[in-house]
Design a protein around this ligand. Sequence first.
Ligand code: NI
Length: 203
Amino acid sequence: MPAILIVRYHRAVPNFRRAIVPGGTFFFTVVTQGRAPFLCDEPARRILRTALRECRRRWPFQIDAIVLLPDHIHAIWNLPPNDSAYSKHWAWIKKEFTKAWLAQGGAQQPLTDGQRRDSRRGVFQPKFWEHTIRNDRDFERHVDYIHYNPVKHKLAKRPRDWPYSSFHRSVRLGIYPLDWGCQLNDIDARRFSFSDITVSARE
Ligand code: NI
């Protein structure tokens, strides 16, 4: 059993408590083909839920935070020490999602010539964006970024108003107050601009 260290941050809000475990923690962005805005609809949410569950049954990992937007997903995964194959896992999730989505009559988006040659399907973009979490502060910033994302994209006025994220789970766990990110002062505005968040593309 790996030793688990619980870290409690000495900061008013949010109150992060994180189990530091061996293995990598990664932030991902996965985008739909042509930025088609279908991910928050049923049955897309059901299909994605099933694909994620089945993926984690095969290759167990932890989802530390996740947000579903109409045309993309941000997520933080914590993989066990013997597993760094997140590219394969995302490819598997996209493949399973695409199969189920097309089977129930879900739409495809136009493909580029290159994509057609590779027998791609027009549901998700083949590449995704990844950032390796470096430390606790970096983790905290990316979790905040995920939970504030619906406001950033102007889909919700407050993080609490967006149902498709792990924000409400985090509130239940006491990590955030329910009104987190609702009323920003000048100092907050800088913090919530997230100019420090950078990611790189992976295929
Ligand atoms: Ni986003």
